[in-house]
Design a protein around this ligand. Sequence first.
Ligand code: ADP
Ligand code: MG
Length: 668
Amino acid sequence: MELKLLKTTEKRYQLLNQMDIYSLEDIVQYYPYRYDIIEETYPSVNDEHIIIEAHVISATKIFFRGKMSRMTFEVEDRYHQQYQVTIFNRHFLRQYLKLNAVITIIGKCQDNRITASDIKIKPIDEIKGIHPIYSIKEGMTQKSFQQYVKKALMMLNGNIESYVPEEMIIKHQLIHKDIALWNIHFPESQNDIKQSLKFLKYEEFLKFQLTMQFIKQRRSCEVGIEKKFEIEKLQSFILSLPFPLTKDQQNVVKEIVDDLRKPQMMYRFLQGDVGSGKTVVSAIALYANYLAGYQGALMAPTEILARQHYQTLISFFKDCNIKIALLTGSLSLKEKDIMYQQIREGEVDIIVGTHALFQKKVQYHQLGFVITDEQHRFGVEQRKAIKNKGNQVDFLIMSATPIPRTLAISMYGDMEVSTIKTMPRGRLPVQTQFIQSSSMKPILKHLKEYLAGGGQCYVICPLVEDSETLDARSASQIAEAMQKYFQNDYRVGLLHGQMKDDEKDEIMKKFQQNDIQILVSTTVVEVGVDVKNANMMVIYNAERFGMSQLHQLRGRIGRGDQQAYCYMMSSSTSKDAIERLKYMEKSQDGFEISMYDLQLRGPGEVLGNRQSGVPTFLIADILKDFPVLQVARDDALYLIDEYRKGLGYQNLIHKIEENLKVNNEYVD
Ligand code: ADP
Ligand code: MG
């Protein structure tokens, strides 16, 4: 229903819009982020937190310092206990604090002195209870927002769609949606809140899981292409690789190849820790697709990574007669035109590239398979765009931020999930040390020895240009200092996001060829680059990076059989930052680290936002409410199944389908 029904001011409508509220339905789904619970406390002399009713027994005294004020007065409570009360910056309350006025004081008490955080000029009975607190914009008050909510709830009365069938209400002993909504905003007890949350979280997850399962089912009904090829040829290709596959790699290869041969479209999510060897898996999959006679595309988030994948594929395919092309934004128009033609006419078999892959002008020739690397960097729109470039294209999405399988299955509910857990043999854990410093001094000796031994080193900084507000050492400044220090001995290169693509490539190439020994860089090296001789990394201002990101960065080194060293430097005194960095010293397990990170920062930060296919929820929390998510998933599977058997739930599933039409959040 329209927001206008609230009959409030234009200014308030604007504020509501700023809070992403455009309808009455939006208002009632704008949940409180916490509750203030006002209950009388009986203070002893030293009490951290008190709420008491009392009456004023003295005049008020006010002291000003500039605009700040301190007001003191005396009160007596109902038990004849007297207190001195102090409150800051509320001198405007003075007019109400007359002798014998009955007030409620909220604050801290010590030795009969109360420092009040709030004073209400009302007896406690009038304000007792649970008060919802909303996150609102300046210009809005809690009270008026509550009134909007109340009004909206009354106007919507009974007309709020629920996604929870009666059967599930009974099964899980849930309250109904109208009551849940009322009680989440105007609870009378803690139990009201609990019951409301139970319903709303479940509903949110159920709707999500129904959508996922619906997409998945619908996809499986569409006829895909059965890719036929001689499995022996694939096997001999695998044998020609420079190393044997790990057990996990073998398993995921099997899962992917089986998918390719099925008449349904593949939609698979492949996750594995950084360095676990996903690239070779993608090469094998692309080869199978090629053997079946189809074009394939591998999409990488950065130019550097695309180029590297391209080179890796060339080396894996050196004895095969496959034509591989690299399509990136930095090609000249003429080069692009030639390449477009080759792609269109099927003269190339595999195209590796960046976002350039899904531009309008690119027309594929029997595109049968698309792989995207580093999933969280691609939006849903981009994935849709490239998927639509072929007919019933098989799709594989790779991610280097692995999460436990159970969680992955629930979060990426419309996809099949493959996981590589084990690392290739002989991999030594990267020796990681947290250095509480903002200068290189403590590690200079080791760095010099290491470089003298012929190794190469990454130096990672969070920022490019110096900024006074941010106390971070900038990449260019550090590069300069290092070049000065190592003058004739070693060459230092600088890499950052504001450089042109060909400049970046040039620097990367030099680093790969050991023309540069020290590469000072912002996080553009974060994803995927592979320089086996670089086994030391120094990270400046490490506290500025998320843990998964630090782990990704660290994954750039130690990719061969040599011992690698990572120094995480930070002079931060924040307890949390120190704890995080200490954790990085101990853990090498990407699964563990991403779980820790998820708890700290939430899925949006770690895995990407909804545009990249990671769901976001209003009220439920994927981690804290994980058991509910699993229950919702089972229920969704059951409900869809019943629907497909013609045993009911038509309305529910149609609602899901309608929703999907207006909703652009999913690739379907
Ligand atoms: P990621 O999963 O991070 O993309 P890569 O595919 O880049 O990892 O692999 C990391 C490194 O491990 C590469 O140098 C690759 O050649 C090597 N590698 C991959 N699989 C194996 C294996 N089975 N045995 C030995 N080395 C491997
Ligand atoms: Mg990779």
